[in-house]
Design a protein around this ligand. Sequence first.
Ligand SMILES: Cc1cc2nc3c(=O)[nH]c(=O)nc-3n(C[C@H](O)[C@H](O)[C@H](O)COP(=O)(O)OP(=O)(O)OC[C@H]3O[C@@H](n4cnc5c(N)ncnc54)[C@H](O)[C@@H]3O)c2cc1C
Length: 326
Amino acid sequence: MANNVLVIAEQRDGVLKKTAFEMLGAGTELAAALGGQVEAALLGSGLGDLPNALAQHGAAKVYVADYEGLATYSSEGYTDTLAACVGKIEPAIVLIGATAMGKDLGPRLAARLGVGLASDCTALEIDDGRLLATRPIFAGKALAKVKLNGDPQVATVRPNVLSAPEPDTGATATVETVEALIDNARAMVVDIVGAGEGEIDVAEANIIVTGGRGVGGPEGFAPVRSLAKTLGAAVGASRAAVDAGWIEHAHQVGQTGKTVTPNLYIACGVSGAIQHLAGMKTSKVIVAVNKDPEAPIFNVANYGIVGDLFEVVPLLEKELQALLAE
Ligand SMILES: Cc1cc2nc3c(=O)[nH]c(=O)nc-3n(C[C@H](O)[C@H](O)[C@H](O)COP(=O)(O)OP(=O)(O)OC[C@H]3O[C@@H](n4cnc5c(N)ncnc54)[C@H](O)[C@@H]3O)c2cc1C
């Protein structure tokens, strides 16, 4: 129905991404303003109880394609399956997380549906019956408010910016099976090889501890990694550290790295260049450790510690270890 909001709920290995819940929260408000309901589409294999979790976070109906071939993300398979599903149910708005998967899927799906796309949005509202999406542009220096012509209105939503609703454990949803259209896909994912085994991806992390040129060399990342381990955090890096070959590019945060919005971002020996800020400025709480009190990173930091990171970071870790042990 043309007043409904459809959330594409991403899962990996049977675990729903937090963005799915965040979008259901936003989708509920958008649907209420349109006089419709929020629904979810869930693709994968062995999805078990996941539709129930989506119901508990607001989905009135869940469209499920549970098929072996959809176990890992497939550009063609997911686009074909979702395009058919969206074409049939005709929602007013389609929301997709601006995750690695969503950044691939969103433009493909919009193109397939012959409509525009508002990408990497940080706020969503209804204005005059249409979606009004806010998206950072020019590396976060300005915010654009965009409206899309055509239906459905498709948007990708930056993870960790919107808040997820509290689950209502009594809520249920209608579940409808949709056909998986993947068997004719021209390309299949045959294997996924993780970068560093056991390492948390910065794009997914709730807490990130980042090292910049100030760490001085590959071995200088030791206190950064140690603090990250204590906090269960991902290790981030500035481009200067990556370009110097001290750490792999997968860790890079910024304009030419990853855009992150963790709850806590600890920048150690990072000056705060505009291209770095572009990737992490929307973090909820920013802590900066830098020996230069004039470093621009302090302009965006909620907490700033002026000092040598090799002294400050181990002390910080010790204090946090004591707090976590309480
Ligand atoms: C097109 C383009 C794209 C770019 N994309 C990115 C990007 O994606 N990500 C990114 O990060 N950059 C990017 N850059 C590079 C960016 O402009 C900066 O050069 C880079 O972010 C600087 O990294 P840094 O802060 O680690 O190093 P620096 O600017 O050299 O800062 C190092 C900081 O460490 C401090 N320091 C030194 N020693 C210590 C110590 N012992 N204890 C505490 N503090 C110490 C210094 O005071 C200084 O502030 C891009 C640039 C361009 C032109």
